[in-house]
Design a protein around this ligand. Structure first.
Ligand SMILES: O=C(O)CCC(=O)C(=O)O
Ligand SMILES: [Fe+2]
Length: 320
């Protein structure tokens, strides 16, 4: 197992060819868990997005999706393709679409393109389906590694994995001239459990480390950035912080990225794993209903809070 520390702080761990419990697994698990506990992020090397699939995803599927007429994109608010975010005054050339969702039972929906293209688009559906299937395996591996590394038992890891939904999110940013400002996306935490992110060609992703400094992640094929979202903080009883990250690039070229995200299933209530609550680690979060939290954070009073997760379900709320 190869594990190196980028900028002396965040680990990059090679997960290629590793099997649970096999050679190198324990070492990789320790490196992944330590980086997640310290920074809420780790970089992993993996072949889930090989050169040929990568080309199909970023040079065909993503440009085709963002090239559809604006009114069709705006209508993509429900169904298999949904969650479209269009240009806004603060990000005039940014678009993002969640293009697939399902797989609680590991199945992949392949007919996503029928929603957008009247006659379908088999190449698009196959590309998204293949990517999702590969990423599902990697995502489950990383998530199990983190929980196992923290001491959560197999039974609870399995029930946690069964409680998740997964989705693919494609994002497109115009050039610096079109965006108008090199801060393409402001610093934020994701509301996911875990996001695995890959940048195409143009760098820009920056992760905040636990000393407050920013680490710029190179856009390297074969490397995924694993970022903890708010809900992993709940599951781990605060042991894994949600990573703060942003996108900043002075590039004069358009930029594409893809994220494979895990979130609790609709209506699901997430609670800290029992193994992570004891005398030394008192309970930090009350049970958190995901949908209610998302409403609170993005539409409700949580918008005014510097720590919406804590305001919503923190056991101690008075330190803000
Ligand atoms: O495009 C990227 O590299 C990161 C995007 C991101 O952080 C997000 O969409 O939440
Ligand atoms: Fe993000």
């Amino acid at each position: 197992m190869a594990s190196t520390a980028l900028a002396g702080m965040i680990s990059k761990v090679d997960l290629r060819g590793l099997e649970p419990g096999g050679p190198g697994w324990a070492e990789a698990r320790a490196a992944v868990t330590a980086s997640m506990e310290a920074h809420g992020a780790v970089l992993v090397a993996h072949d889930a997005l090989g050169a040929e699939l990568r080309r199909r995803l970023f040079e065909r599927a993503a440009p085709e999706l963002f090239a559809i007429p604006a009114e069709v994109k705006r209508s993509l608010v429900s169904g298999l393709i949904h969650g479209y975010i269009g240009p806004r005054p603060e990000a005039p050339a940014y678009e993002s679409a969640r293009v697939w969702e399902a797989a609680v039972d590991g199945t992949v929906v392949r007919d996503v393109a029928g929603v957008v293209w009247p006659h379908g688009n088999p190449a698009f559906s196959d590309t998204i389906g293949e990517f999702a299937q590969n990423m599902l395996d990697l995502q489950k591996t990383v998530e199990a590694m983190i929980l196992e590394g923290l001491g959560v038992g197999r039974e609870h890891i399995d029930s946690h994995l069964r409680s998740l939904n997964y989705s693919v999110r494609l994002s497109h940013y115009g050039s610096l001239a079109e965006m108008g400002n090199e801060m393409f996306m402001q610093a934020h935490k994701d509301c996911t459990v875990l996001s695995l992110l890959s940048q195409h060609d143009v760098d820009g992703l920056e992760l905040q480390l636990n000393d407050g400094s920013w680490l710029s992640v190179p856009a390297e094929p074969g490397t995924f950035t694993v970022v903890a979202g708010d809900l992993l903080t709940v599951v781990t009883n605060g042991r894994v912080p949600a990573n703060v990250h942003r996108v900043r690039t002075p590039s004069d070229r358009e930029r594409f990225s893809v994220q494979f995200e895990s979130r609790p299933r609709y209506g699901w209530t997430v609670r800290p794993a029992e193994e992570l609550v004891d005398e030394e680690h008192p309970r930090q979060y009350s049970p958190c209903n995901f949908d209610e939290y998302v409403d609170f954070r993005f539409v409700g009073d949580g918008r005014k809070s510097s720590d919406p997760l804590k305001s919503f379900c923190g056991v101690v709320k008075d330190e803000e």
